[in-house]
Design a protein around this ligand. Sequence first.
Ligand SMILES: *[C@@H]1O[C@H](CO)[C@@H](O)[C@H](O)[C@H]1NC(C)=O
Ligand SMILES: *[C@@H]1O[C@H](CO)[C@@H](O)[C@H](O)[C@H]1NC(C)=O
Ligand SMILES: *[C@@H]1O[C@H](CO)[C@@H](O)[C@H](O)[C@H]1NC(C)=O
Ligand SMILES: [Zn+2]
Length: 288
Amino acid sequence: MLYVKIWTVGVLFYLNVINNVCNADTTFNYNSNPSVALLQRYIQINTTTYNDLGPAVKFWNVLAAAQGVKLKKYVFKKKMPVLVLKWPGTDPSLPSIMLNSHVDVVPASEQDGWLYPPFSGQISEDGKIYGRGTQDMKSVSIQYYEALKRLKEKNISLLRTVYMTLMPDEELGAEAGMLSFLQSDAFKAMNVGFELDEGGALDMPVIPVFYQDKVAWQIRVDCHGVAGHGSSFQPTNATATGKCHNVVTNMFAFRDQQYPIYTKAPINDAGVYSSVNLNIVSVSFFFQ
Ligand SMILES: *[C@@H]1O[C@H](CO)[C@@H](O)[C@H](O)[C@H]1NC(C)=O
Ligand SMILES: *[C@@H]1O[C@H](CO)[C@@H](O)[C@H](O)[C@H]1NC(C)=O
Ligand SMILES: *[C@@H]1O[C@H](CO)[C@@H](O)[C@H](O)[C@H]1NC(C)=O
Ligand SMILES: [Zn+2]
């Protein structure tokens, strides 16, 4: 029961922000909206993992100060700051709510065919924001912030303390960030009862809250086959490519069986299907 109740608060945070963006589809002036401008400024900070995150720390320091909330910085590994903004609740004895996001983004190069530079935060004519990390996951950080800011502006005090946590290295496996933070006394002292984290970016007027996580299973299959002259004729199942064909055929048969389950599944149930994708095919030649 406890969790259901807090979960509802989480949903409301999201809806608050998102409604303001989507209600105004026809009349909304993206270019003069301060929340959108804030997101653009955040995107413009190049937080590619391993970059100096100093400018991002400064960005959050200014925002915390503007709201009169405390920002703490923990550094478990050099150049990898973990930031925690604390929005105190009226009953600090209750377990708190943690709203997590990560600061870092995966690399982007202008040579990769971006319509606009990847750290521009440019808004196109049709209202799309371009920039590395816009979905993953700077927009979420700004949503958390804007929601908490609006509660404060409306003089709404929450019972529970809300922490906004910002991690430095999610894209690298989170060792210096979340993994170290979870083992720290600072985290224990937060007495977290509920956490919201990264979800999927969806083109919808609401943001669903997912309560399942899928586990990644990466499989590499090496197929070896008979050697011989390029013109020799071997049974398909004896050749490397024939074996690969078999693996791929079976994988796609499984995929085609799962895909219809996925299309019929409600948006909030990622548990009923298994997704599978063939990401890399490479051919090597060995002569023995
Ligand atoms: C962003 O930072 C990365 C890593 O330091 C760098 O390789 C890249 O050139 C930077 N991108 C821009 C547009 O400055
Ligand atoms: C919030 O409280 C402040 C200080 O008491 C007051 O000036 C302000 O009008 C209140 N805002 C709202 C939206 O109630
Ligand atoms: C491989 O293919 C040959 C020719 O079709 C067949 O005789 C043989 O039984 C197959 N071997 C296996 C292991 O499937
Ligand atoms: Zn992410």
